[in-house]
Design a protein around this ligand. Structure first.
Ligand code: G6P
Length: 611
């Protein structure tokens, strides 16, 4: 997830681009760059690391006369976070520059085609291939605009792209397909950016570009075309009433809520390029694992929410992937001298890729000569660098201390791994229904989230006086129960325990009384009847119960609980992707209702780099 800004107008462009990039800082940084017009050509400056490194490089350079330019902050997806991979990227002749957010899935194929025509590449990125392709198309196309459109029509995947070329001074082009991009229309000037905060101090007049649209901007003049045939598209200008702080949060009150609501997009990004439609149906593609033998056993090691994602995935890896799997908390694993046999692998899961205990577990596994798979969100992090194989969850930067969308992306990736190993072991092990529903999940979840938000807002005031909570579930819902309890504890400071529902009768049930409510996960899976019995046990002791359930044949199950929370019906594994945001939203609403600091709860850190 990168930040993009482009400008064409009457002010010095470079300071304005840097200011815009600073305002996109919450999207995360590992390198950045700008392109601007100078002496009839294009000038590109880029730097590894934080924006200050780029600013230092620009100091003393004559750029104040440029009134057209574009900038980019990179959050690496293809290639290491180093200067040569930073954007902008240039065409072979250096006369066309682009910045890009997204993934060009067929870049390898295009790269081979262009290499055969004599193109040479300076970076490892998919973006540079697109820049070269535009240059190549320009050789035959009647105009730069046509060349841009032709190249984009050949690119598969997701993109928001901004382009400048030496042949059209003062002009910037922009196009989008499944990645955010919008225009800001000012007085005598226009902006294009991946997010509103980038230009908010200059204008609140916004034109939202849609997928398959291409814009040409020159100072105050802008036009939008259809990418398919370059026919003009009529667009309207909207007014955005946000202040700066609200804008960085996309209009949400807190980053946590924004990140919960982003989950459909996160699932799409995690699936992008990893599911291929073929003649015999869809298949999972995880090239990173192709050259590694199928492990005879997988040891999952992680902390906090990432551990809960591992617990959720264990059953899938065993049942769908056919791989015996066990699980450890990283701080335990590192000190218990784990026995790992030849042929087995360790999989560490970490959003930040920097958690000290998880990193130590990884190093221990490597010392023992074991292959380590890293499931990470932050590209170039320590765990990503030190693992033998790294799979990126592609959730984008997570700002709120309480992890939400990262867990969703970890679950998607584990489900893909299970399906992938299932495919490799025997075509009979997989689960075609699961893969099909995974692909349609983003759309279904987008439709369900607003309803869940309302339900969480209704429930929070009714339960906000509780001092303790149980969260109960079985099977994969046991992992979700642990996560629900963790979220409630960390955000609202209400004591909460996640329990395997069947284990309650062995002690904890003694705590149940009308002041100790229970959040029961009673989803429509093979264990529903068992959980139903456990709910009866709680009700028999005057316990208050919220039950998370699903419709079956158009009807909610008959449970005599205080609150039923009905989720859409789905494949038993997919149901978890509805239950997870419900739990997150409930904790969010409880904490917000109680006036707690949602994004930065007391005593916690986003990335725990100490033991
Ligand atoms: C901290 C965070 C949690 C996170 C855990 C593991 O405790 O507050 O939200 O789940 O670290 O972090 P990791 O980056 O390794 O997933």
């Amino acid at each position: 997830m990168c930040g993009i800004i482009g400008y064409s107008g009457h002010r010095p462009a470079v300071p304005l681009l840097l200011e815009g990039l600073h305002r996109l800082e919450y999207r995360g940084y590992d390198s950045s760059g700008v392109a601007f017009e100078q002496a009839g050509g294009l000038h590109v400056v880029k730097a590894e690391g934080k924006l200050s490194a780029l600013e230092a490089k620009l100091e003393g350079l004559a750029h104040t006369l440029a009134t057209t330019g574009m900038g980019h902050t990179r959050w690496a997806t293809h290639g290491l976070p180093v200067e040569r991979n930073a954007h902008p990227h240039l065409s072979q002749d250096g006369k066309i520059a682009i910045v890009h957010n997204g993934i060009i899935e067929n870049f390898q194929e295009l790269k081979e085609e262009l290499s055969a025509k004599g193109h040479t590449f300076l970076s490892d990125t998919d973006t540079e291939v697109l820049a070269h392709l535009i240059g190549e198309e320009r050789k035959d196309a009647p105009s730069l605009c046509e060349a841009f459109a032709r190249a984009l029509r050949r690119a598969h995947g997701a993109y928001a792209v901004v382009m400048m070329a030496a042949e059209e001074p003062g002009v910037i082009y922009a196009a989008r397909m499944a990645a955010p991009l919008l225009m800001g229309v000012g007085v005598g000037e226009c902006f294009v950016a991946s997010d509103i905060p980038a230009f908010l101090p200059y204008t609140r007049e916004v034109v939202f570009l849609e997928d398959g649209e291409l814009a040409r901007i020159k100072g105050p003049a802008w036009e939008v075309f259809s990418l398919t045939d370059l026919s003009p598209v009529k667009k309207s200008v909207s007014y955005v009433p946000w202040d700066m702080q609200a804008a960085a949060k996309g209009g949400y009150k807190h980053f946590m809520l924004k990140e919960i609501m982003e989950q459909p997009r996160v699932i799409t990004d995690c699936l992008t390029g990893r599911v291929l439609e073929g003649e015999d149906g869809a298949r999972v593609v995880l090239h990173e694992l192709d050259h590694m033998p199928v492990p005879t056993r997988l040891h999952i090691v992680a902390c906090g929410t990432s551990y809960n994602a591992g617990l959720w995935g264990r059953q899938l890896l065993e049942n769908v992937g056919g791989i015996p799997t066990d699980l450890d908390i990283a701080s335990e694993f590192r000190y218990r001298d784990p026995q790992i046999l030849p042929g087995e692998a360790v999989m560490v899961i970490s959003q930040s890729g920097e958690t000290a205990d998880t990193l130590a577990a990884l190093r221990l596994a490597r010392e023992k000569g074991c292959m380590v798979i890293g499931l990470c969100n932050v590209v170039g992090s320590s765990i990503a660098r030190e693992a033998d194989v790294v799979l990126y969850t592609q959730a984008g930067p997570e700002i709120s201390v309480a992890s939400t969308k990262a867990m969703c992306s970890q679950m998607v990736l584990i489900a893909l791994m299970a399906l992938y190993y299932g495919q490799r072991r025997s075509p009979a092990v997989g689960d075609a229904g699961l893969l099909r529903e995974l692909c349609t999940l983003p759309e279904r979840l987008s439709a369900a989230l607003p309803v869940m938000q309302e339900r969480a807002a209704q429930l929070a005031p009714r339960f906000s006086s509780a001092r303790s909570f149980f969260y109960l579930g079985r099977g994969q819902c046991h992992a979700l129960a642990l996560e629900g309890a963790l979220k409630l504890k960390e955000l609202s400071y209400i004591h909460a325990e996640g329990y395997a529902a069947g284990e309650m009768k062995h002690g904890p049930i003694a705590l149940i009384d009308p002041q100790f409510p229970t959040f029961a996960l009673a989803l429509d899976d093979a264990l529903f009847a068992k959980v139903k019995s456990n709910i009866q046990e709680v009700l028999a002791r005057q316990g208050r119960v919220i039950a998370l359930v699903q419709e079956k044949d158009g009807r909610a199950p008959d449970l005599a609980v205080e609150e039923l929370w009905v989720l859409p019906s789905a494949h038993p594994v997919i149901s978890s992707f509805f239950a997870l945001p419900a739990l997150q939203l409930f904790s969010y609403r409880m904490a917000d209702y109680l006036g707690k600091d949602v994004d930065q709860p007391r005593n916690l850190a986003k990335s725990v780099t100490v033991e």
